[in-house]
Design a binder for this molecule. Structure first.
Ligand code: BYC
Length: 314
């Protein structure tokens, strides 16, 4: 029988050799815990993320835009389901994870605590929020835990469609009437900085990064991904004829990256600690939906049990 130390050595060797870790493989308890934390937070983000966009389904400006938005919001629910299922392979119960969200113990992405004030916000979410999500999630398609990596492949394909949906709205508004262009600019002004915060605290303040990089749960740091996102998005804003609300934004020839201004980390910590503009509203809406959906879960379980009983009797 191998000692814990030997098991850990074998585990790290597997990671270093790019062999995926699967649910029944031995893994350090801290690896399991980190994954449960990250995957469940990710699942919660997908589900809470339906709220700011769902707010605009009944007010979409055309049948076409309504159908597309409806499909996008449904995709987010699907992402939540793949991710809760991936978390369950680590030996946790979905109900317990949801309970942690509802009691405020578990985090979800800071970005969904901001309000969607106009239709242009739906464009900005697709363009910037889904754009930032893709930057982060492409890396996660190569994460070391098999079920998480496989879920991410499908999620990324759908997120690319979401990003296009948002950019199309922004393009239409930015090239529309002066009022429409102003709405697009206003949405960019409000969503730009919170989108940069999605990547998490700066590397020297990120408590989990070093270990997660060693275990290849993460493949790039928060700051690397944030920079990649900025570099890519500046050109897209230029094409739209919109101005990114950062007077310090400037191409740095030496670094071959854009320099950017200071991020308000005080605001970020306020938001992730429950004090953002919409935290209470979001949790209230999720709890209400969960309570009102109890009969659906009970009916699904009763149906499955009935089917199983029939099978056993046959
Ligand atoms: N918001 O040590 P760090 C979507 C927390 S949904 C809230 O760097 P880590 C979409 C962090 O959890 C996109 N909390 O952590 C859906 C930690 O606190 P705890 C969601 C944040 O894990 C619908 C503490 O700060 N994407 O795309 O190494 C519609 C220290 O941070 C945030 C994912 O969830 C934040 N922004 O790195 C449209 C991706 N940032 O847990 C779109 C998966 C940090 O110790 N997650 N914190 O209490 C990840 O890749 C990583 O967890 C993060 C953070 C990069 C987010």
């Amino acid at each position: 029988m191998l000692s814990n130390e030997e098991l850990e050595k074998e585990f790290q060797a597997k990671i270093d050799a790019e062999i995926k870790i699967e649910p029944k493989d031995w893994m350090p308890e801290a690896y399991r815990k980190t994954l449960i934390r990250q995957i469940s937070q990710h699942a919660h983000s997908e589900v809470v993320g339906m709220l700011p966009e769902g707010n605009w389904i009944t007010r979409a400006p055309s049948l076409r835009s309504k159908v597309i938005l409806l499909a996008k919001v449904q995709d987010e629910a699907g992402h939540g389901l793949y991710l809760y299922s991936a978390a369950e392979t680590l030996g946790v119960d979905r109900e317990d994870l949801i309970e942690e969200l509802h009691t405020g113990k578990a985090k979800y992405s800071s970005i969904f605590n901001y309000p969607t004030l106009t239709w242009a916000d739906i464009g900005a979410i697709g363009w910037l929020v889904d754009g930032a999500a893709i930057a982060n999630q492409v890396m996660l398609c190569r994460t070391s835990y098999g079920p998480y990596a496989r879920a991410m492949v499908r999620i990324c394909k759908e997120e690319s469609f979401h990003q296009r949906q948002g950019y199309e709205i922004m393009l239409k508004m930015a090239k529309g009437t002066p009022e429409q262009k102003q709405m697009a600019q206003d949405a960019l002004n409000r969503w730009w900085w919170p989108s940069l915060m999605m990547f998490g605290p700066p590397d020297d303040k990120s408590i989990h990064s070093a270990q997660s990089l060693k275990w290849k749960i993460k493949r790039q740091t928060n700051d690397e991904l944030r920079q990649e996102f900025i570099d890519k998005t500046v050109k897209q804003a230029e094409y739209l004829g919109l101005t990114i609300p950062d007077p310090h934004l400037k191409w740095n020839e030496e670094r071959q990256h854009y320099d950017f201004g200071p991020i308000n980390w005080e605001e970020f910590y306020q938001v992730i600690n429950g004090n953002g503009p919409c935290n209470r509203q979001r949790l209230k809406a999720r709890i209400k939906a969960h309570e009102e959906g109890a009969w659906v879960r009970e009916a699904a379980i009763a149906y499955a049990e009935k089917k199983q009983a029939k099978k056993t009797a046959a």
